[in-house]
Design a protein. Structure first.
Length: 368
């Protein structure tokens, strides 16, 4: 018995004809009658309105050459990726593999790029990396403002990246970006138990301000540059203060800070850092030492007050002696002085005065 099958292909469709699993060719639009004696004929009808020809036997169809005038074929190697725009809009990123898209129905634009250049750069970068498929083909990272990124590929330093967004192809090499904050940062060195040269134990709080000047060193020289700087400052403080007596330290804290900064400056450079400032914030002495220093300070102030009083008293007596000598040498000035005294007395009481030739004091008759 003869079997005939009927297939209707619309204007926007194509029929993929297979017989016994082997590709036979394409069926164009129209009505097709096909003989199928052993029921081995199969026609898969696909729409050309979908620009991509998706089929599990695409390799056989391409190899047959039937798509030569109807579709474009992409055979992407392991190191290749394809960027696809459909009707002027970005559509997808294609990984290595075999693809085919129809001609005529949709405007398809394909750009093939080399993924061996791991860092992806493109004029439409933002549109591409924000697409739905980007997460499957890109490792995307964003470096914040006031930060720098240190790029490593397979553990090898490649470049220092400014703030912004970056994308790297997956499946090629291992790309890793370490973000580094370049703003000024403070490290508190708190509660350091230090003994001075005169065997006085005290607790010291200091603060170090620094910023990163070499991001590569900052991420390579140490696994934690902040902690490394903290330890270096600890050791430097102990070394500097241990050579000073307590009084010398308390009166020269700025000099101590400068010496500590000079000691850790080289080490900070190795870590990719630059020291902005170092300051001694708090000095905490034992209770008995505080009482003793308060007493010493009180005694010093009392002695200074006593010395100032004696100096003032000596100056007053010297002034009086000079005045007495001046009055003794000048009788007229003496009489003027007597009149000033009487003027002051007369302001608060009644005073009768008799003046004579031998002096005012000998002629005072009545003083009320």
């Amino acid at each position: 018995m003869f079997l005939i099958k009927r297939f209707k292909i619309r204007s926007y469709e194509v029929g993929l004809c297979f017989r016994d699993g082997e590709f036979q060719g394409l069926l164009t639009s129209g009505i097709h009658w096909c003989w199928d004696l052993r029921n081995q004929l199969r026609v898969d009808i696909v729409s050309r309105r979908d620009p991509w020809l998706l089929h599990d036997q695409l390799d056989l169809i391409v190899k047959d050459g039937a798509l030569e005038d109807r579709a474009e074929v992409l055979d992407l190697k392991d190191h290749q990726r394809a960027l696809v725009w459909i009707d002027g809009r970005f559509d997808r990123v294609l990984s290595p593999g075999l693809y085919a898209y129809w001609n005529g129905c949709r405007i398809v634009r394909v750009e093939i790029v080399d993924a061996r250049v791991v860092r992806f750069e493109h004029g439409e970068f933002n549109t591409i990396v924000r697409s739905n498929m980007a997460k499957y083909v890109f490792d995307v990272c964003t470096i914040q403002r006031n930060h720098l990124g240190v790029l490593f590929q397979d553990g090898t330093f490649i470049d220092t990246l400014a703030a912004g967004q970056y994308a790297f192809w997956k499946g090629t090499v291992e790309a890793r970006v370490v973000e580094v904050d370049t703003r000024e940062t403070m490290v508190d060195v708190n509660g350091q138990e230090i003994m001075t040269a005169d065997k006085v134990s005290m607790r010291l709080n200091a603060v170090v301000t620094y910023h990163v000047v070499d991001p590569r060193k900052a991420v390579s020289a140490s696994n934690d540059v902040r902690q490394a700087l903290y330890r270096e400052t600890q050791l430097a403080l102990r070394a500097v203060i241990g050579t000073r007596e307590l009084d010398a330290f308390l009166t020269g804290k700025d000099a101590v800070a400068e010496e500590v900064e000079a000691m850790i400056g080289h080490r900070a450079g190795v870590l990719g850092l630059e020291i902005t400032s170092i300051g001694v914030r708090d000095v905490i002495l034992p209770g008995d030492m505080q009482d003793l220093m308060n007493k010493v300070t009180e005694a010093k102030k009392a002695a200074e007050a006593n010395l100032i009083g004696r100096r003032e008293e000596t100056a007053a007596m010297r002034s009086q002696a000079n005045t007495a000598k001046l009055l003794a040498d000048n009788p007229t000035l003496m009489r003027l002085r007597e009149l000033e005294v009487l003027e002051h007395v007369a302001k608060s009481s009644q005073l009768s005065v008799v003046l004579g030739e031998k002096g005012l004091a000998e002629r005072v008759v009545n003083l009320l």
